[in-house]
Design a protein around this ligand. Structure first.
Ligand SMILES: *Cc1c(COP(=O)(O)O)cnc(C)c1O
Length: 396
């Protein structure tokens, strides 16, 4: 008689993976075997990179590599402990001063990632008696941070001041503290939050504001200080960001008042109970901030590339959600058409992925531009986007 194979406590994994596959939501990794830049070797094949967050090309910059090596030579590879015990280096202080200067704030604190900076900050500054009102398109870490905090979390319609205002009007008075959260540059759409108007509403309703500058830092502002700096905002808000996008390193930060930073050093669990940022990442980030502040030519090149893509797409009659940032989300049609065009581009050596529901409400090809893309690389992109429009038809 056949006996049924014994079940294990992990059998649910098969069922869950099955349903992920059936929904067509399964994702896997693409292996890169080259240095960060505009050309990447992906799964053994050279491709033009239009999908990285390396906006200024700094992740492959010789000066960052040398700074990472120098920091490693001086301090070693690991920081050996949490910042409050053995893991606090003079190098971290130097980086935090540089970030505060870049962001025009009194102080800053670096975390092991931008994700952890948001989780730790949000859950430290609001709790069960408080309210969070966040843009519906906010990044995952703002949403998870809200859940972790235990506060009442409400979304407002993407970019809608009318809805934000209505939500504050309806709910603010029932709670102790209130925090408004928003990305400054939205990662999947590339449009900008109306920060100045949000600050005005925050003042009216006595709310704190946390702005995630992950895609803004290094890209906006005269010295690369971000959208907040470009708008002259700084003092009365909490700025979070990452060292891993335009700054080409790894890690996250919070910038704000000295009191806020002192408080976070005592209350942000994702900072207190984790190992200090590695010397290599810290050194590279310091070098990046120096470059970002002093070399506005990199930003000029980046914005020229954005303008070139805007012109090219308009000439082709291909609509994009926005041209406000180096993230250009192209809406080519329904999901099947978007997938077919993305595959067409991939087959021709262009790395520009399709992003589709449920990650975003509408399917799009998401392109990110770099300062180091050459005009001819951008022409190639535009040429294939035009051809894809004519030739790439979905399989029916
Ligand atoms: C990438 C990103 C983060 C996370 O930053 P990491 O340093 O990669 O953890 C946070 N917020 C936004 C809006 C992002 O795009």
């Amino acid at each position: 008689m056949k006996t049924k194979l014994a079940s294990t406590p992990y059998d649910w994994l098969d069922r869950s993976l099955d349903s992920i596959h059936k929904a067509n939501w399964h994702r896997s990794t693409q292996t890169i075997t080259s240095k960060a830049g505009t050309i990447a070797k992906v799964n053994g094949r050279e491709m033009l990179m239009f999908a990285s967050n390396n906006y200024l090309g700094l992740a492959g910059d010789r000066r960052l590599i040398e700074a990472a090596i120098a920091a490693t030579e001086k301090y070693g590879t690991g920081t050996t402990g949490s910042r409050l015990v053995t893991g606090h280096l003079a190098l971290h202080e130097e980086l935090e001063l540089a970030i505060a200067d870049l962001k025009n704030t009194e102080a800053a604190l670096v975390f092991s990632s931008g994700y952890l900076a948001n989780l730790g900050t949000i859950s430290a500054i609001v709790g069960q008696r408080d309210l969070i009102v966040g843009d519906a398109y906010n990044h995952s870490c703002l949403k998870k941070g809200a859940v972790m905090s235990g506060a009442m979390a409400i979304d407002y319609q993407h970019g809608s001041l009318a809805d934000l205002s209505a939500k504050l009007q309806a709910h603010r008075s029932k709670y102790r503290r209130c925090l408004i959260t928003t990305d400054s540059v939205f990662s999947m759409d590339g449009d900008l939050a109306p920060l100045r108007e949000i600050m005005n509403l925050a003042a009216t309703y006595d709310c704190m504001v946390l702005v995630d500058e992950a895609h803004g830092t290094g890209v906006f502002g005269d010295r690369g200080g971000g959208v907040t700096n470009a708008l002259g905002l700084g003092a009365d808000l909490i700025q979070v960001g990452t060292l891993s996008k335009a700054l080409g390193s790894l890690g996250g930060y919070v910038a704000g008042s000295a009191k806020l930073i002192d408080y976070l050093r005592n209350r942000a669990a994702t900072w207190i109970y984790t190992t200090g940022l590695s010397p290599a990442d810290t050194g590279a980030a310091i070098a990046a901030i120096e470059i970002v502040k002093s070399e506005s030519s990199l930003r000029q090149q980046l914005w020229q590339n954005v303008a070139m893509v805007k012109q090219g797409l308009q000439a082709l009659g291909i609509p994009a959600i926005a041209f406000d940032s180096p993230i250009v989300a192209i809406e080519v049609g329904d999901i099947a058409t978007t997938m077919a065009q993305s595959q067409y581009l991939r087959d021709r050596g262009i790395f520009a992925p399709a992003i589709r529901p449920p990650t975003v409400p509408t399917a799009r090809i998401r392109i990110t531009l770099m300062a180091t893309h050459t005009p001819s690389q951008i022409q190639t992109l535009l040429q294939y986007l035009g051809l894809a429009e004519q030739e790439a038809k979905p399989k029916r």
